[in-house]
Design a protein. Structure first.
Length: 307
């Protein structure tokens, strides 16, 4: 397939390759089968020193961070940020659809520098060259219960990941790390620990909700970009939940319903902190929190599950 392929068109033209892929273990982490089957080129991916990696556990606010970063790097130029959908502007490193569709790696190999790259890989599966080349990494973490709720709805509408099943069972699967990209607990902890050793900026979804201006300034410092305050405010306005929900370049509505069936749940679903309270029973919350204390013992990483 040509390198300059129109990716969205290609996705639309090959509905036959998409179905709910089973998960397969890669170094102990459950990943969608096409990723596991094409693992070698991902593991051997060659980063460049000026690559910027946006790393998240799924549903932690990846798309939001991608939009904020793209706008910062383009000086707040809103028209430029609408040049292509999120997944074309900032390719997804490990995504693999069965051939003939291009993989994330092949999209990236031909992309000009500086590249911005998305990944959901846990720290220990990130290709080593990112650390050897000392690349900057932005990590977004979101509190476990909201992350779980968001993932539950996403797995209903994302027709390439296993069906989430009933709510009660899904909570258990999440707690056991039996979902795509594995354990939330290991994911958030490992990047937190490794930020001492690498150029990792750790950002919380809840902090972005609380004060996006403040977090954009943190990002600008990290990215060594200076923008006037009116541009910062323009970025804040254009990355609000409502604007991104209506923006065809960020709301994933360009993807065919054979991949994301948004009649089941919107990609831009609610965008809130504390939505978990609408789904967890008191007993479920107590059991989840008790297990959480055990799994998160010994770390000073703290999430807020309400604002
Ligand atoms: P909800 O399902 O809780 O609404 P990801 O991009 O990692 O898949 O994360 C998706 C989650 O981020 C969804 O959460 C989505 O609504 C939320 N989100 C996306 N853009 C947002 C924004 N501008 N403000 C707040 N939340 C946003």
């Amino acid at each position: 397939m040509a390198d300059d392929v129109d990716y969205t068109r290609a996705l639309n033209e090959h509905p036959e390759v998409f179905y709910r892929y089973p998960l397969k273990l890669v170094h102990g982490v459950p990943l969608m089968a096409p990723i596991a089957q094409q693992w070698a080129p991902i593991e051997n991916f060659q980063a460049r020193p000026d690559d910027l990696l946006i790393a998240t556990y799924p549903k932690a606010g990846t798309t939001w961070m991608q939009e904020v970063v793209d706008l910062i790097l383009n000086g707040g130029d809103v028209e430029k940020a609408r040049r292509a959908p999120t997944y074309v502007r900032i390719p997804f490193l490990e995504i693999c659809s069965p051939p003939p569709l291009p993989s994330g790696v092949s999209q990236l190999q031909n992309a000009p520098s500086p590249r911005v790259i998305k990944t959901h890989l846990p720290f220990h599966l990130v290709p080593k060259s990112f650390w050897e080349k000392k690349c900057k990494v932005i990590y977004v973490g979101r509190n476990a219960k909201d992350n779980l709720v968001s993932y539950f709805f996403f797995d209903q509408m994302n027709l390439t990941q296993p069906d989430p099943g009933p709510w009660e069972e899904y909570i258990k699967k999440f707690m056991e790390g039996q979902v795509a990209w594995g354990s939330w607990y290991d994911h958030v902890r490992h990047y937190w620990d490794e930020k001492q050793n690498h150029r990792i900026l750790y950002v919380f979804y809840e902090d972005m909700k609380e004060d996006l201006t403040r977090e954009i300034h943190r990002l600008m410092d990290f990215l060594e970009v200076d923008l006037p305050e009116d541009v910062v405010q323009k970025i804040v306005r254009n990355t609000s939940f409502q604007v991104m929900k209506e923006n065809p370049m960020t709301n994933y509505k360009l993807l065919p319903s054979t991949i994301f069936d948004q009649s089941k749940s919107s990609f831009m679903r609610k965008g809130e902190v504390g939505d978990w309270k609408n789904y967890f029973t008191v007993a479920q919350r107590e059991a989840f929190d008790a297990d959480y204390q055990r799994k998160m013992e010994g770390t000073n990483l703290q999430f807020r599950d309400e604002l």
